[in-house]
Ligand binder design. Structure first.
Ligand SMILES: NC(=O)c1ccc[n+]([C@@H]2O[C@H](COP(=O)([O-])OP(=O)(O)OC[C@H]3O[C@@H](n4cnc5c(N)ncnc54)[C@H](O)[C@@H]3O)[C@@H](O)[C@H]2O)c1
Length: 346
């Protein structure tokens, strides 16, 4: 497939390498507003100056492409994803789908109207430990989930950039990975959320960098998300620390280790074991690209396409609404339900 890659600096460099390593992808155009980033990507990818552009529109006029990878900051995802689909191209978009719920709905409607293949890069699903954690739950051996906690405490300084300026950076730019993982691991959707957020005095982020969100899931279970991107120590890894309690025991994840506690009766732990993750053939962005190429060339749909991802991003913006209003908020509002009903019947 012929790709135009938009946003080639920063995390775009990861995509540049993944596109280069994939035998099914051919990068025919690079787009960035920053000339240094463009030139570095051009050299790294073996492109020519004639394949470098400052806008998707200029690239579309000059080169023939089948798809785009959008790895610009979130505020630009809607613009480039919808323009690409309207021009007949398929889209891989970095998370979050967009920087607001109205923009996400507009993208989902464009996916419906154009019928293009669209995927959000929720790469955290495609790591050995998170797949293994999900498989423990899916196997059914611990029974139904009753309660869970995901704790994400990490101190990260990006040295400026959009995350330091945007509202709710923890929830919108990072929480989307964890909220999507909650759905993926627990195999449950969220119905309601109550959240609160704050910015510790030492934070160098303009928006609230710490928060909690209590989700009421579709089976009645409660999942508590508790996190900070300006934590001061005892850091977890990027997946966060997980504690999931089920009818017949508990499974935890902490810094790469998955532990299962067997508790068949009430409260007495009958056994514990470490679960060894099986290494998958492809991980992260390489998995997403491979799945995307297969879907674009068939009638299959990516696991994290618009219909699925709207349920994860809705958790993000419902949590933000709850943090702003102090009220419990429904995750899927009526207009989202309408979009999902259309996709179910299309
Ligand atoms: N999936 C992951 O694990 C992961 C990790 C990091 C970042 N991301 C996502 O990737 C995206 C980019 O993040 P980043 O940290 O690389 O951001 P960044 O600010 O470093 O920007 C990336 C590139 O986009 C370019 N750019 C900015 N505005 C543009 C515009 N209007 N048109 C074209 N190019 C533009 C910048 O010049 C830069 O080269 C975000 O959505 C972020 O959430 C995902």
């Amino acid at each position: 497939m012929r790709f135009i890659h938009i946003g080639v600096g920063g995390f775009g460099r990861v995509w540049g390498q993944v596109l280069k390593d994939c035998e099914h992808s051919d990068v025919v155009g690079l787009v960035d507003v920053n000339d240094e980033a463009l030139q570095a990507a051009c050299e790294a990818g073996g492109c020519s100056a004639a394949q470098c552009f400052h806008s998707l529109q200029d690239a579309l006029k000059a080169v023939q492409a089948d798809a785009v990878v959008v790895s610009t900051p979130p505020a630009f995802h809607r613009r480039d994803a919808t323009a690409a689909m309207e021009a007949g191209l398929d889209v891989i978009s970095e998370k979050p789908m967009a920087d607001g719920m109205a923009a996400c709905k507009a993208i989902a409607r464009t996916v419906l109207e154009t019928g293009r293949t669209y995927v959000v890069s929720q790469n955290y699903r495609y790591s050995a430990p998170m797949r293994t954690l999900a498989n423990v739950i899916r196997s059914g051996r611990l029974g139904a989930i009753g309660q869970a906690e995901v704790a994400f405490f990490k101190g990260v300084d990006f040295g400026g950039g959009f995350r330091h300026e945007m509202p709710f950076p923890l929830i919108i730019d990072m929480g989307i990975h964890h909220f999507d993982l909650i759905r993926f691991v627990c195999q449950l959707d969220a119905l309601y959320v109550s959240g609160t957020s704050w910015n510790p005095p030492w934070s160098n982020y303009a928006g609230d960098c710490s928060g909690t969100a209590l989700f009421e899931m579709s089976n009645g279970a409660r999942v508590l998300y508790n996190g900070s991107w300006c934590a001061k120590g005892d850091f977890c890894d990027w997946n966060g620390n997980w504690h999931i309690e089920c009818e017949k025991g508990t499974v935890t994840y902490r810094n790469g280790e998955i532990k299962v506690y067997h508790v068949p009766g009430l409260y007495k732990v009958e056994g514990e074991r470490i679960e060894q993750p099986a290494p998958p053939r492809r991980t992260a962005q390489a998995y997403i690209l491979d799945e995307f190429v297969r879907c674009a060339q068939s009638t299959a749909r990516p696991a994290t396409g618009a219909t699925d991802n709207i349920r994860s991003i809705a958790m993000v913006f419902a949590a933000v609404e709850s943090m702003q209003s102090g009220r419990k908020v429904k995750v899927l509002d009526e207009s989202l339900r309408a979009i999902l009903e259309c996709t179910a019947t299309s």
